[in-house]
Design a protein around this ligand. Structure first.
Ligand code: SF4
Length: 214
């Protein structure tokens, strides 16, 4: 285990447990932690959302990325296709990434706080978030990103344990699980509020500066 991953796990209070689990749960097989996640998430029944999902949406992209983008939860298309940030909002996100020289799958990993779609795209409930967050923490520990970009009010408030507005959380670098975190608008919101695209652009530049300085 690298020093960076150990530091992240320590900050999350997972380090001893993680190491113990690795020792006790996968001694004979060389099963990777990613393979375990790929098996455990689709089988998860920890909250009621498992009853209405078409499929779980673990995440997509470069598993050794410097950039981890985190949204709220799968929508209808994501639930159908099994990939986060598809459709019009996904295309906008891809364009914004391209503008700073990034691409989905190349130094970028995209995930959501929740791995299952809330029915009717309602807001996630606190109990659902509590049960699902350990999966995201495991992804962070595996990816070891240099920056987390929280996209949208829900992701930002959940990851930062805050009920502050996006406007008040933007423009500075926070930390989550020991990793620098920048808050920006959700691409679906930007589709409806085009003037705020300039603010999202400045958020991405802040994130890029943070990666460059890290
Ligand atoms: Fe499990 Fe998360 Fe899906 Fe709930 S939302 S069933 S905790 S994977």
């Amino acid at each position: 285990m690298s020093d960076r991953r150990l530091a992240i796990l320590k900050e999350m209070g997972l380090a001893p447990v993680w190491r113990l689990k690795r020792k006790t749960e996968a001694p004979a097989t060389e099963e990777s932690d990613w393979i375990r996640l790929e098996r455990e998430v689709p089988a998860c029944t920890a909250c009621a959302l498992h009853t209405s999902r078409t499929q779980t949406v673990l995440g997509v992209g470069d598993r050794e990325a410097d950039w981890l983008l985190v949204g709220e939860a799968p929508g209808a298309e994501e639930d159908r296709l099994g990939e986060p940030f598809v459709g019009q909002a996904g295309r906008l996100l891809d364009n914004m990434l391209a503008a700073i020289g990034l691409a989905r799958g190349e130094n970028v990993y995209i995930a959501n706080v929740l791995k299952c779609r809330p029915p009717g795209n309602r807001n996630p409930e606190p109990g659902e978030v509590d049960r699902c967050t350990p999966f995201l923490l495991r992804q962070i520990a595996l990816i070891q990103p240099k920056i987390i970009v929280a996209m949208g009010r829900f992701a930002a408030q959940t990851l930062l344990g805050s009920d502050a507005t996006i406007a008040s959380l933007r423009g500075r670098v926070h930390r989550y699980a020991g990793v620098p975190l920048v808050v920006t608008y959700h691409p679906a919101y930007l589709l409806r509020n085009l003037p705020d695209k300039a603010k999202a652009w400045s958020d991405l530049l802040l994130a890029r500066r943070t990666v460059a300085g890290g």
